[in-house]
Design a protein around this ligand. Sequence first.
Ligand code: C2E
Ligand code: CA
Ligand code: CA
Length: 789
Amino acid sequence: MKLQTKFLAILFPLVVVPLLLIALVSRHYFEEMVATTTDQQSKILTDQLAWSINVGNSQALDLVDEITRYPSLKAAFSVINEQPQALQSAIETFQHLHPKLHGVEIASAEGITLAQAGISDLTTTPSNNLTNQPEVSSVGNHFYLTTATHANVSTEPQHGYTIKAVVKLDQLESLIENMRRKAHIILLLLNNNNQVLSGDQSIFDLLKTLTIQNNKLIQWQGNRYILNTQPLAQNLKMLSLTPTLNLESSSEALYSKLSYIMILAGLISIVVLHRGVASLITNPLKNFHLQTRNIINGDFNTLKPLRRADEVGELSRSFESMRAHLQDTSHQVEELAYFDTLTGLPNKVSFIDTIQHLIEKSQVSGHQVAILFFDLDNFKHINDGLGHEVGDSLLMQVSSRLKECIRSNDVLTKSNHIALHEADSMIARLGGDEFTLVLSKIDSPDQATKVAGRILKRLSMPFQLEDNQVFISASIGISIFPKDGRTPEALLKNADTAMYAAKSSGKNVSRFYDSKMNKPMLERIELEASMRSALTNNEFILYYQPKVPLFGAPRFEFETLMRWQHPEKGMISPGIFIPLAEDSGYIQNLGDWAIEQTCKQIEHWNSRGIKNITVSTNLSPVQLNYGNPLQTIKRCLASHDMEPQQLEIEITESGLMQNEKHAITVLNDIKALGVRIALDDFGTGYSSLAYLLKFPIDTLKIDRTFIRDIETNHESLKVLELIIGLAKSLNLHVVAEGVETKEQLDMLQIRECDYIQGFYFAKPCEPEQSMAFFERYFEEQTHSMVAVN
Ligand code: C2E
Ligand code: CA
Ligand code: CA
């Protein structure tokens, strides 16, 4: 049952029952009132009747008085003994003269009638038994009043007479008739002997069977009457039967009015209750129901809370705070579902959604859509080496730089996520160090390249992580809709492949997706997997390449270069597997192994009595910045019979740059052990003089790109000369890499380059082969010197 119906079911009786009670009580009062009224009416009736009798009585008395004073009658009395007829004729004359006098009788004191005129057949009290009270009697339909008075009519006072006068009670008659006709009141007049003087004998017969009492309800001839009895005169009483018809119709009228009032009150109460309950309770409840449904459907923009001071108002306010709380929670859930908690950027779910949306839009507009997939080079090492908090801070900085590279209205964050479907572009974080960008409304892929370039440039600026200034780079892969895929998933996958290709091709670049990229990608994944067991399977070996000293006493100097003898793929170049090892973090193990192997070889040569040896080994930037090379070197120096200066580590400028402060500390510590430090590939990076001063460097290795064209390129030669001059002034050893020709050698020799490394002398090969080269070389040198001498 609905609440409103329930309320009505409860409240309706509360209205109707009092109304019924009112009706009953008023009926009771009404009946009492009717009884009183009937009583009063009957009293008035009695009074009227009594009055009419009194009027008759005084008439009769007046007539008697007149008789006593009637001269003819007096005269007749005086001669009563002599002429008794004279009295008779006098009285007849008197009666004749007074028509109101209906009858008259003069009797002696003994009660003997002396004269009589008019009616004489009235049954009256005998004259000797008079009470001085009038008597009412009836003849046919007429009423008569008889008054008897003792009077001295004669001059002889010893003789008293009784004069009886009878008058007709016309007024009484007409009153009774009126009652009967107009008020339908049945009247019975009874004398003391309960003889019915007037009225229906059958009613009296009925009444005789009942106890007579006032206000009694009597049923007669199918009608109901109220009985009333009152004495009228000494020998007369009245019984009145007032029909209840009037009373009943009045009470019926009252009842029907009451019923109307009750129905009206009931209806009004229903309407009022309906309205009241609706506005106070059910409407607010319906609203709550509606709002709850809206909330369930995700619509939190509901109505204002009710400003009421009652419980519903309180409920409404509680409801409002619950709604607000739910809205917050829902936003949080939404944020968790669609946004990256760390950076506040949209996550993969929103990104895929947006690509889909932009693809659909582009199909209409005919534009292209570009997906840029970028991954931070070396992020893994920052995270592992410097801790997750630092990693998080870097990601946040990266995210804000990315936002700066894109038009502000394309940057979507938690705060403006409503615009998720309105953006033309979007930056998202897929997880880890993988960020993505979608650009729509582009006319050519060049526009994507420009944005990629802008991002790479922006990311190449140093990042401040706690006390460290860190340099990172990124690799960006780009896929284009519709050329490279028609679904968000395919486009993302292909952009990812392109990103790996960019990484392999030297990092800090962007590459467009090409279907041919999938093959190297698979190979790379395969290779990465097989690398994990390569070290334990002894698949790695170190080759040694001689660095030939051009001046001074013979010295055996080498650079170790790693090779991977893959059981299926054969010899794999470090150019392929070192970046893989760096990306996966495997480089730490591999680097440690290389240092260990190098020291082992030095110890071996030492044991053979060859002491003037220096072997340099390459230290990956990843290992320098995020590993613990100091500990490894310390351990190796301690466990092998060798001098610290017999070991040299080669580091690149880019390796130093990534986390300068940390690098300086680590290199100083290594240097403090006595180990030498070489700056590799000098000239390819920033070639910063500041580095040469800041870092504890012993050797400068000029990159082979400078050597390659010194014969033809004057500029290169100039740079070479400058570098050599600089190194000399800083007291550094200079090594020229990639020397392949006699001409290159000569030019370097003239410019007093200390060491020559290159295919001209020897390719990297097994240590003993390299050592054999040196032995041969120095022998030849000695021979040629001897020959010269
Ligand atoms: P790098 O340190 O600059 O090594 C010199 C590279 O130049 C070597 O290539 C060497 O074979 C090559 N080379 C030497 N002389 C000549 C020449 O006359 N002509 C030409 N064309 N090339 C010459 P490789 O062995 O392929 O190594 C490539 C790079 O791999 C190295 O460059 C180094 O950065 C890295 N690498 C090699 N071994 C290791 C290692 O054990 N640890 C680390 N971290 N990196 C390594
Ligand atoms: Ca090197
Ligand atoms: Ca080099």
